[in-house]
Write a protein that binds this ligand. Structure first.
Ligand SMILES: Cc1ncc(COP(=O)(O)O)c(C=O)c1O
Length: 398
């Protein structure tokens, strides 16, 4: 009998995969879970999702939809009734007429980032994006072979985008500008004035704006302002919003984009080619989320604010730490330069020695050095416990 030799094949990845980044939050979660398996007690302040349950009326709508047979493929751009509901919601909240053919429903907010960049940005184009910022922007810009141009969000500006700096970064190659308010990781909220200044900095250039407004319902002070609300910006804006953060539906995977209808057709084609459609029963629940009782959103937002106030008050008393009060989302971005540690090392030490999982500011780009991101999407008691531990750790180690 001839001996069969097993042939092994090296994995030959496409070159573009070397340009794809990731989201460190998921990696830190895995490390924290591994420590928990060894018997360590970890407080999780690394995760970017509400610790609340999805509202009961939304869960009920989904189970009714499952029993009612909403278990089949649907249109790639989303169920007509949900697109209509979203159009009305966005029309009301952004004070501008929106029609269902300008809506594409997708599995989570993230695909809108992916599809916008895939459909609009060519190799060699420039895309300006906030830094520190949601890491997927930079990852996707690099992935398509474009040039990622960071705009630094500065603590002195409360981490709001500086329109003058933006003006200086715009070139003839700029194809897309990404803005995000309320912002991850800083909790910054753009004022109406900021939004107008950003629009004026872009002027009438043929540049598209991806406005990531996934945290639009989680504002502690002031109001949410969208570039979509400004006259003449509808043609150049892709608004990203969704259900993950407002209704504690991160695992459901449902978000949407609002854009001119011709672009919506192309984005829907990307959906046909990748996901076919967003789950039908999930979309039925989405209608209930937007049209049903909204008190859960208000309750959640009020609780985040209560936690924020406690966190800010206490963290500013810890040696080496200082932190501005975020105006929205559920993150705090603490300056740790006076600890003398770099962000990654400090985040690792807090995880391994103090049992508190947080993210290094550098997980959000190079301008995150000197900061740690704390998610306040954990209970008041757990946040207080984390602060106790950090206080103890710093008194021993700093
Ligand atoms: C700024 C920002 N945009 C988009 C998303 C993606 O949201 P989703 O979970 O709905 O895909 C997140 C999630 O953390 C985010 O922080």
């Amino acid at each position: 009998m001839p001996i069969m030799q097993k042939i092994s094949h090296d994995l030959r990845l496409a070159k573009r995969m070397s340009r794809l980044g990731t989201e460190t939050a998921f990696e830190v979660l895995v490390r924290a879970k591994a420590l928990e398996k060894q018997g360590k007690d970890i407080v999780h302040l690394e995760i970017g999702e509400p610790d609340f349950d999805t509202p009961a009326n939304v869960v009920e709508a989904a189970t009714d939809a499952l029993h009612g047979g909403w278990t089949h493929y649907g249109p790639s751009a989303g169920l007509p009734d949900l697109r209509q509901t979203i159009a009305e919601h966005v029309g009301r909240t952004r004070n501008i007429p929106v029609t269902p053919d300008e809506i594409v429903v997708v599995p989570g907010g993230k695909p809108i980032i992916f599809y916008t960049i895939l459909s609009l940005v060519e190799h060699g184009d420039e895309v300006i994006y906030p830094n520190p910022g949601f890491p997927i922007y930079e990852s996707m810009i690099n992935f398509v072979g474009a040039k990622a141009v960071p705009i630094q969000l500065r603590e002195s500006m409360d981490f709001r985008m500086d329109a003058n700096e933006l003006r200086d970064l715009i070139t003839d190659r700029t194809r897309l500008i990404i803005i995000n308010s309320p912002q991850n990781p800083t909790g910054a909220v753009l004022t109406e004035h900021d939004v107008r200044d950003i629009a004026n900095a872009i002027g009438d250039r043929d540049i598209m704006v991806l406005s990531d407004e996934i945290y639009s319902r989680l504002i502690f002070e002031g109001q949410h302002h969208s570039i979509l609300s400004l006259d003449d910006w509808k043609d150049r804006t892709i608004l990203l919003d969704g259900f993950s953060k407002a209704y504690a539906m991160t695992g459901w995977r449902m978000g949407y984009g609002v854009m001119r209808s011709d672009l919506a057709n192309h984005i829907a084609r990307l959906m046909t080619n990748s996901n076919s459609c967003t789950a039908s029963f999930t979309q039925m629940a989405g209608i209930e989320a937007l049209t049903g009782d909204q008190s859960s959103v208000e309750t959640m937002c009020a609780e985040f604010k209560r936690r924020r106030d406690m966190f800010i008050e206490r963290v500013n008393r810890i040696k080496g730490f200082s932190c501005r009060s975020p105006k929205g989302a559920f993150y705090t971005f603490a300056n740790i330069t006076h600890t003398g540690w770099n962000s990654k090392k400090l985040a690792d030490a807090l995880l391994e020695q103090a049992g508190v999982a947080v993210l290094s500011g550098t997980a959000f780009g190079q301008f995150g050095e000197g900061y740690l991101r704390f998610s306040i999407a954990n209970s008041y008691e757990n946040i207080a416990k984390a602060l106790d531990r950090i206080e103890q750790w710093t008194s021993k180690n700093l």
